[in-house]
Design a binder for this molecule. Structure first.
Ligand code: NAD
Length: 368
């Protein structure tokens, strides 16, 4: 069987990291026919718009996309392509797993979190205006609906059940934002009652940040509104090892788009320097989504072994601050080739070595 997948190379380091993911995909033996769809700066240059209708049509038709990051032009009149894509395809659930890999790059090697973020409304609804003519005051409207809250919260519980997660925590600020936060809180409590097999609880956003910084291993699956989810997923990515290793997925009805948490890092564009791991782990999530579980597991383990071995890793994984034993950094393409080389050699029966201090969370995740 051949899967047809829309590939959006994106801007900045996007073309390099998506090429890296394709090299690894090839090594899995899963047959993928990539349909290239340009969005972002190249599309503005060639077609006068950052998000041509043909890109949306390609994703709707294939129901699957692997996406590189896209630059948000500042002050050009174009709104964020990423926000527009989510809204136009109604990609309502953004899933960002934050797993510490091989105990590297983190003070918390047991970190194994998943942030489920509502991705179509909230403070990112794009409804803003100046309050006065002199532009001394502005308002951004926070739109929270019961429908969008229900579906993302249901998604979080279904995800937790399917992936054998331990618990679902809702994050909000219902004590201050009594209507918007309160609506999300009520939706969560009513949905939680329908999933009595999955433990659930709630945290206020400020307390959640403090708790995650102190003891991330105590948390598991977090469901929250758009802005809080955006911030928390970067925090969790940092706890697990940094933006270079943080993948993400966006789900709608019968659609899934896989994209890293990181942006287009324009300062590294064309340098063959960026870490390809986040985009390669997006490929892993895509393979799991289409039921190619063995190929997905091979990709994850090849990434794990490459990072653990630390012979061929990019600058962010090689330098002091990330690792206790710095090494000479390799290029993005060299690291991708090394991961691809390992993919067919992976022994799936061999348990992964545990990072120091890692608990049961790692075993559970790797089974799932
Ligand atoms: P960024 O994530 O692009 O980069 C921040 C820093 O993180 C970089 O300077 C670099 O040091 C590091 N970094 C990020 N990805 C890396 C990688 N793969 N390997 C090694 N280091 C990496 O964030 P930014 O600078 O705030 O945003 C740049 C552009 O990307 C903006 O236009 C922003 O709007 C856009 N963006 C797009 C997406 C998306 O497409 N989903 C997400 C976030 C930001």
């Amino acid at each position: 069987m051949t899967y047809r997948v829309t590939l959006i190379p994106g801007d900045g380091i996007g073309p390099e990291v998506t090429s890296a993911a394709r090299v690894v995909a090839e090594a899995t033996g899963v047959s993928i026919d990539w349909e290239i769809a340009e969005a972002g700066e190249k599309a503005i240059h060639d077609q006068g718009t950052p998000l041509p209708e043909s890109v949306l049509d390609s994703i709707r038709k294939n129901q699957l996309a692997l996406k590189g990051p896209i630059t948000t032009p500042i002050g050009s009149g174009f709104r964020s392509v990423n926000v527009a894509l989510r809204q136009q395809l109604d990609l309502y659930a953004s899933i960002r797993p934050a797993r510490a890999i091989a105990g590297e790059g983190t003070r918390f090697p047991e970190t194994d979190l998943v942030v489920v973020r509502e991705a179509t409304e909230g403070l990112y609804s794009g409804v803003e205006h100046w309050v006065d003519r002199d532009h001394t005051a502005a308002e951004t409207i926070n739109i929270i609906t019961r429908k969008a809250s229900d579906r993302v919260i249901r998604f979080a519980f279904e995800y937790a059940r399917k992936n054998r997660r331990r618990r679902v925590t809702a994050v909000h600020k219902a004590n201050i934002m009594k209507m918007t936060g309160g609506l999300f809180q009520t939706a969560f409590r009513e949905m939680a009652a329908k999933y009595p097999d999955i433990p659930s609880d709630e945290r206020l956003i400020d307390n959640m940040c403090m708790q995650l910084a102190k003891k991330p291993e105590e948390y598991d699956t977090i469901v929250t509104t758009n802005l809080f989810g955006d911030i928390l997923s970067d925090l969790c990515a940092g706890l697990a090892g940094g933006l270079g290793v943080a993948p993400g997925a966006l789900y709608g009805e019968n659609l899934a788009v896989f994209e890293p948490v990181h942006g287009s890092a324009p300062k590294y564009a064309g340098d063959d320097k960026a870490d390809p791991v986040a985009e390669i782990l997006c490929l892993e999530l895509l393979l799991r989504h289409i039921g190619e579980t063995e190929a997905a597991e091979r990709v994850f383990r090849a990434v794990w072994e490459t990072i653990a071995e630390k012979k061929v890793v990019t600058y962010d994984l090689a330098l002091p601050g990330y690792t206790q034993h710095p090494v000479a950094p390799s290029s993005c393409s060299a690291m991708a080739k090394e991961i691809a080389r390992k993919v067919p050699l992976i022994d799936l029966h061999k348990p992964l070595p545990r990072p120091p201090g890692a608990g049961h969370a790692h075993d559970r995740h790797l089974e799932g």
